[in-house]
Write a protein that binds this ligand. Structure first.
Ligand code: ADP
Length: 595
C-alpha cells in the first residue's frame, strides 16, 4: 500500500510538472482554461439547484415573478454552461498545437546540449529516445485532453458529492468509497499494460522494422530477388502476437473489474434513491429532491467513470512525460566547462597514455595510445577493421571521455578548450557522413551555416571537394533538393554523396581535418585522386586520414599502424616498409592483390 501511495505521489508530481508545460507553451491560453474548466465543473451543480427550486416552486405555488427570476437565472447559467464547451475545445486545440511545438523544440534544444555520443549509443536510452521522439506528435494531445478533462471531472464530482451530502453524508461517503478501489485497480492495470508495451519496446521497434523492410525502397531489390516477403510477414506476426497477447489479457481483466464495480455503485444508488423516496413520502424532503438526486447521481456516476477512464489513459501519458522529463534532465557525460580558445597557430597535438573502452563494452578499444602530431602534418591511420582507427579520431573530436590519459594541444588539455569553439576548428568527413534531405546549398553549407548565402564560398567548396562534375551533370542550381524524402528531390550515388560531403569540409577554415574513410564508395583510382587533391588543397592544415587502401597512405608524412587498439608502428611509409613489420605485411598483402 505504501508503495502504491508513493508511486501515486510520483505521478501526481509528474502531472503537476506537465501542467507547468501548458503555462510555458502559452500563458494566455492556459489562463483562459484555468477559468473555463472550474466553471464547467461547478455550473452543473448550481443548475441542478435552480431546477430543483423551480420544481419545488411549482409544487408549492411560488409567485409568477419569483418563478420568472429563477427561470431567467437558470437560462443564463445554462447558456454559460453550454458555451464553455466550445470555448474549452477551441482553446484546448490552440494550446495543444503550442504544446506540441514546445515539447518538440525542447527536445531538439536538449539534443543540442548533449555534446557527447555516449547517450545515443546506449541501447536502453536509445529505445526511450526513439519513443519520446516518435510519440511527441500525439502524446501532448492526450495530456491536454485527458489532463483538463480530469481536472474538470474532479471538480464536478466534488460538487456533486457536496450535493449528495446535503441529503445525507452517508450517501456521499458510500459513493466516494465505491470509487476509490475502482480507480486504484484501473490505475494498476493500466500501469501493467504500459509496462508491457514499454519493456517490450525493443520488440515494438522490431515490428516497425519488419514492416519497413518490405515497404521501403532500400530493400526493394533484395526482398524481391530472394522472395522473402513471407519470412518478414511471419516474423511480424510472431512479434505482434507476443506483444499483444499479454495486453489483451490485461484489457479484459480491466473490463470485468469495471463491470463489477459499476454493479456495486448502481446497487448503492438504487438503495439511496429508495431512501430519498421514503423521506419525501414522510414529508421530510421536497419533491425537487427527486430531480436533484437523480441528476446528481447521473452526473456523479458519469463523472466518476469518465475520471477513471481518463486517469488510466492519462497514466500512459504521464509515464511518457516521465521519460520526457528524464531526457530533459540528462547531463552531459563529457566535460564541457572548458573556456580556452584554440590558438590558430598551435604547434602540436599530443595523445598521452590514452586508453578507452566504449560504455557498455568490456573490450578495450584503445590501449595506452601515445602519439605526437605537429601542426601541418598529414597523418595516415591504418589497421584492420576494429583496430580502433575511428575511435581515435572520435576521441580527438571529444565525442567521448577517455577513461585514462588525455589529449593535449600545446600542453593544454583538450578538456580545457571551449568545446564549441574547438569543434568549430575541426573539419571532418566521416565514413557514415550525413545525407541531409535539404538543398545542395544547405547540404554543403551545413558545416558552416552562417555562410549559407555565400554562393562564392559554396561554389569554391564544390570545386575543391570534387563535386563539380556531378553538379554540372545534374544541370540544376544550388537550390536543388537532394534525397528522395521530399517532392522533387534528386538522389545521388554513394560516390557523389561522398564528394558532396567532402565539399562540406572546405566550407570551414579548419585547423584540423579528419577524413574517416569517406572514400569507401570510390574505386582505388578515384580515391587516390581525392586524397591527392585534398592533401594539396589543405597544405598548411593538420590532417588525420583513415584509409584501407594503402596507395593513398604514401602521401602522408607519418603513418600510424594500429592493431587491437594499440599503436604497433609509427613512421613514414618508407621507414615502415623498410622495417618489414606489421605495416609492411598489410601493404604487401594489398599490393599482391592488385598485381
Ligand atoms: P576501426 O575504425 O579501426 O574499424 P573502431 O574504432 O570503429 O575500429 O572500433 C574499435 C573497437 O570498438 C571495435 O571492437 C568496435 O567493435 C568497438 N566499437 C566501435 N564503436 C563502438 C560503439 N559505438 N560502441 C561499442 N563498441 C564500439
Amino acid at each position: 500500500m505504501r508503495e502504491k501511495l508513493q508511486s501515486f505521489n510520483r505521478y501526481l508530481k509528474i502531472f503537476f510538472e506537465s501542467l507547468k508545460l501548458f503555462w510555458k507553451a502559452s500563458p494566455l491560453y492556459t489562463t483562459i482554461l484555468m477559468i473555463v474548466i472550474p466553471v464547467q465543473g461547478f455550473l452543473p451543480s448550481i443548475l441542478i439547484n435552480y431546477s430543483s427550486k423551480l420544481v419545488n416552486g411549482a409544487s408549492v405555488g411560488f409567485s409568477e415573478a419569483s418563478m420568472l427570476v429563477i427561470l431567467l437565472l437558470w437560462a443564463s447559467l445554462n447558456f454559460f454552461n453550454n458555451i464553455c464547451n466550445p470555448i474549452n475545445m477551441t482553446i484546448q486545440g490552440l494550446l495543444t498545437d503550442k504544446l506540441i511545438g514546445y515539447i518538440n523544440l525542447s527536445l531538439m534544444n536538449k539534443s543540442k546540449d548533449i555534446k557527447g555520443l555516449e547517450h545515443f549509443e546506449n541501447p536502453d536510452f536509445y529505445d526511450d529516445l526513439k519513443m519520446i521522439e516518435e510519440e511527441a506528435v500525439w502524446r501532448p494531445v492526450n495530456l491536454m485532453v485527458f489532463g483538463t478533462s480530469l481536472i474538470k471531472n474532479i471538480i464536478l464530482i466534488s460538487s456533486m458529492l457536496v450535493l449528495l451530502a446535503s441529503f445525507h453524508p452517508v450517501i456521499a461517503l458510500v459513493m466516494l468509497i465505491s470509487v476509490v478501489p475502482h480507480s486504484l485497480i484501473s490505475y494498476k492495470l493500466q500501469q501493467d499494460a504500459f509496462e508491457t508495451m514499454v519493456t517490450r519496446n525493443p520488440d515494438a521497434r522490431k515490428l516497425q522494422y519488419y514492416s519497413s523492410v518490405l515497404l521501403s525502397n532500400e530493400n526493394a531489390k533484395e526482398t524481391r530477388l530472394f522472395n522473402n516477403f513471407n519470412f518478414f510477414i511471419n516474423k511480424y506476426k510472431e512479434t505482434f502476437n507476443f506483444i499483444h497477447g499479454d495486453i489483451k489479457k490485461l484489457r479484459f481483466k480491466q473490463l470485468f473489474i469495471s463491470i463489477f464495480f459499476i454493479l456495486i455503485s448502481c446497487i448503492l444508488s438504487f438503495l439511496s434513491f429508495a431512501w430519498i423516496i421514503v423521506e419525501i413520502s414522510k414529508g421530510h424532503l421536497g419533491v425537487g429532491s427527486i430531480l436533484v438526486f437523480s441528476s446528481t447521481i447521473l452526473y456523479a456516476t458519469q463523472g466518476i467513470s469518465a475520471m477513471i477512464e481518463e486517469s488510466s489513459l492519462l497514466y500512459d501519458t504521464l509515464l511518457y512525460m516521465e521519460k520526457f522529463f528524464k531526457f530533459m534532465a540528462l547531463r552531459n557525460n563529457i566535460y564541457v566547462d572548458g573556456k580556452k580558445k584554440l590558438p590558430k597557430d598551435f604547434n602540436n597535438i599530443e595523445f598521452k597514455d590514452l586508453s578507452f573502452s566504449y560504455p557498455n563494452s568490456e573490450r578495450v578499444a584503445l590501449n595506452n595510445i601515445n602519439l605526437a602530431i605537429n601542426k601541418g602534418e598529414k597523418i595516415a591511420i591504418v589497421g584492420e577493421n576494429g583496430s580502433g582507427k575511428s575511435t581515435l579520431v572520435k576521441l580527438l573530436c571529444r565525442f567521448y571521455e577517455a577513461q585514462k590519459g588525455d589529449i593535449f594541444i600545446d600542453d593544454t588539455n583538450l578538456k580545457d578548450y571551449d568545446l564549441d569553439d574547438y569543434r568549430s576548428s575541426i573539419g571532418a568527413v566521416f565514413q557514415d557522413f550525413s545525407k541531409f534531405s535539404l538543398s545542395i546549398r544547405e547540404n554543403i553549407a551545413i558545416s558552416n551555416i552562417k555562410e549559407l548565402e555565400n554562393t562564392k564560398l559554396i561554389e569554391d567548396a564544390i570545386k575543391k571537394g570534387g563535386f563539380s562534375k556531378t553538379f554540372e551533370k545534374l544541370n540544376c542550381n544550388l537550390n536543388q533538393i537532394l534525397g528522395k524524402q521530399f517532392k522533387d528531390g534528386t538522389e545521388l550515388s554513394g560516390g557523389e554523396w561522398q564528394k558532396l560531403a567532402t565539399s562540406r569540409a572546405f566550407m570551414v577554415d579548419s585547423e584540423i581535418l579528419i577524413l574517416d574513410e569517406p572514400t569507401a564508395a570510390l574505386d582505388a583510382r578515384s580515391e587516390y585522386e581525392v586524397y591527392q587533391q585534398f592533401l594539396e588543397l589543405v597544405e598548411n592544415k593538420t590532417v588525420l586520414f583513415i584509409t584501407h587502401r594503402l596507395s593513398a597512405v604514401k602521401m602522408a608524412d607519418k603513418v600510424v599502424a594500429l592493431k587491437d587498439g594499440e599503436i604497433l608502428e609509427i613512421g613514414s611509409h618508407e621507414e615502415l616498409i623498410n622495417k618489414k613489420g606489421y605495416y609492411y605485411e598489410l601493404y604487401t598483402m594489398q599490393a599482391e592483390a592488385y598485381v
